[in-house]
Structures are given as C-alpha cells and as structure tokens.
Design a protein around this ligand. Structure first.
Ligand code: ARG
Length: 372
C-alpha cells in the first residue's frame, strides 16, 4: 500500500474505533443493544466506503447529551438529559443558517424560562463548503477601542475589530450587540444583525441600593457559546452553538468584576461608601453587592438564573445520580469551584478526576479562520 493509502487506512481505523465505542455506549444506555449489531454493520461499511458516517437523530441527540455530561468544567450538568437538540445538518446557505440561529435564540430564551439547547450543523466531513460561525457567543457585547478609552466589553475588542474590517460600522456605544458572522467554506463571510426584540436583556438594580441602577449596567439573559466543537463518536461538529442559563457569579464576580472586563469593584465600593484605606475587604463587600444585584435583577425580570450555592447542590445531585447508575463523574476542580466563596461549597473540599471523555465539547483553534 502506498503511503497515502496507509494514511487513509489509519484515519478510518481511528474513526471506526471511536464510532464503535460511541455506538456501544448509546445503544447500551438506551436499552437498544439488540439493534447494535445491524447498525454497526452499516456504519462500518459507510466508513470504509466514504471515510465518514452519518449519525441517526438518536445518536446525534444522545451524543450531544453525553458531551454535556462529560464537560468537566460545567457545574450545571444535572440537567444533561433535558438538552434540546436541534438538527441543522441539512442547512446549506448562510441565510438558512442565520434563520436557525434566530430559531435557537428564540427557543432557548423562551421569554426568560431558558431552555438548554444545542443546534448542530453539518460537520466538515459531510460538506465541501462547511458553514462556520465567527462569534464567541451568539449574543455578546462589542468592545471598541477609542481615543477616550474602551467602550463596551474589552473581551470583544479583537472580534469587534475583525467585524469592522468586514464592513460592520456601528457608532461605538456601550451594550452594542455584535452581529452574527457566518462563512461558507472560503467565501466572503456574511454579517447578520439579530433583531433587537429577540434579545432578552436585564437592566441591573440592587434591592437595597437605589444608586445601583444609575451605574447603567445590564447583561443579556442567555449565554450561548458558539466557538466550541462538538465531537461525537469520531465526527467533529465544528458549528454547534449551545446554551444553558447563567450562574450569577459568571456575571457578578467575573464579567462585571474582572479588572480586564468591566472592572466595577472600585466604582461599586465608592458608591457603597466603603473605606478603602481600611484593608482590602472592600473588594469582597463590593463583589457581594454585584452578585446580589445580578440575581435580584434576573429574578425581577423573570430570566432564569442560579446562584452558586444552589448550583453546587445541584452538582452534588448530578454526582449522586451518576453514581447510582454505576458511573463515575469527571471534573475540573479549577473551573467547578465558583469564583465567590468557593470554600462554602462542597466542591472546594474534594478532588475530581479530570480525564477528558468523548463525546465532548472542545475549544476551537481560531475564532475567525481566515483573518487570523
Ligand atoms: N462565563 C460565560 C459568560 O459569562 C458563559 C459560559 C457558559 N455559561 C453557562 N452558564 N452555560 O458569558
């Protein structure tokens, strides 16, 4: 066999192994083992003939659920079985893809009763010109570098800049929602604006501090990650945006508090009249105020959110449920502990096996493949 032949052979052997072990798991966990031999025969032949294979909807759906169950960094995995999987594999054009994105936003947002959802587009193995999305999250605030300093979210500066190179030309303003950029193969990327009315946003206020509302903070209700790849049984879905709902600290203790994000601790401490000369714990007090405001405002606006203590309890239940069916869980301690009061949750006081199991979600290498 020549070396290219040998290479193809090796690839399909790797794929075959992954497909076989994945299908074994799906059919076993769904009590469908009697269907496995026939299915495996079809898949094996398909891989030999085409170098790839196509998941049935059941495989796709359960595979996506498993990917969530295996996400070591996620504290919210108790709900893995309820993931809604939307099959977008037959989508071919940028316009159709954007329609699916809008459907995802609408279904997931659900007026604030947020539903865990993933939309799965065709993997590159199934298409000559696969669709990709540039965004980090479907909804995200832009960040502008101006002569007067940064306006918006500093985390979005690079992506905002790249979108401007494509011709997006907004006036720099805080809380500007980035458009969606979809690209088919190597073609020119297409820009789409999400209609404002479809985006649920929460203006921030604090139950005890009337001045808090005047800070003008707000956040969008649904975190929808768009730049991770979903790997299922050897197939790599590179365009598979997914969402859960927020844990309050993601916004209160990170997005609003991190020095390289909205850096609000000094401002909040000032407004609270805290004495910053008396040690450093003004930061903890300001953090608590931010976390309180986020939870209060989301609840007031009927947008689903979970506080970190409740999330930790739910995570404990996830572990118990898994153990009850003789499965052990994997986890990444560094990510599972919440950024506020970590030692007040059980997670802090134990360790986790951080083995990466497949199916799973993986980081994509580059945000915008053709602009570096
Ligand atoms: N931490 C990210 C953010 O603040 C969102 C990550 C996903 N979070 C989630 N609850 N599913 O935007």
């Amino acid at each position: 066999m020549n070396s290219i032949g040998a290479q193809v052979e090796r690839i399909s052997v790797g794929l075959k192994e992954k497909a076989k072990s994945f299908l074994g798991q799906v059919y076993e966990e769904n009590n469908l083992l009697e269907k496995l031999p026939a299915r495996w025969k079809v898949v094996e032949k398909e891989i030999e003939e085409t170098g790839s294979y196509i998941h049935t909807f059941l495989e796709l759906e359960y595979g996506a659920k498993l990917a969530w169950r295996n996400s070591n960094r996620c504290i919210g995995r108790l709900f893995w079985k309820s993931l809604k999987v939307i099959d977008c594999r037959d989508v071919e054009t940028e316009n159709e893809a954007f329609d699916c994105i809008l459907d995802h936003i609408d279904y997931a947002t659900n007026g604030g009763k947020i539903r865990n959802t993933v939309s799965i587009f065709a993997p590159p193995s199934l298409s000559n010109e696969p669709l990709k999305i540039w965004n980090h999250q479907l909804i995200r605030y832009a960040g502008f570098e101006t002569s007067k300093g940064i306006i918006g979210d500093p985390a979005s500066i690079e992506l905002t800049h790249k979108m401007k190179l494509l011709g997006w030309n907004p006036k720099p303003a805080p809380w500007t929602i980035l458009p969606i950029v979809i690209q088919k193969g190597d073609k020119a990327p297409q820009i789409f604006e999400i209609p404002k009315y479809m985006i649920k946003e929460v203006p921030m206020e604090h139950p005890d501090h009337p001045w808090f509302a005047d800070l003008g903070l707000q956040w969008y209700a649904v975190p929808m990650i768009a730049d991770m790849e979903l790997h299922i049984g050897g197939i790599k879905y590179r365009f598979a945006p997914f969402n859960g709902w927020y844990m309050g600290t993601e916004i209160g203790a990170r997005n609003f508090a991190d020095e390289n994000r909205f850096n609000m601790l000094p401002v909040v401490a000032e407004k609270m009249g805290l004495n910053r000369q008396r040690g450093s714990l003004w930061k903890d007090q300001a953090l608590l105020t931010l976390n309180e405001a986020v939870l209060y405002s989301f609840r007031k606006n009927r947008a689903r959110i979970v506080d970190h203590h409740t999330a930790a309890e739910q995570f404990q239940k996830f572990i118990n449920d898994e153990n009850a069916v003789n499965r052990s869980i994997t986890g990444d301690w560094n990510w599972l502990i919440p950024p506020s009061s970590p030692a007040s949750t059980f997670i802090f006081h134990r360790s986790f096996d951080n083995t990466i199991k497949d199916p799973n979600f993986y980081y994509r290498k580059k945000t915008c493949p053709f602009l570096g």
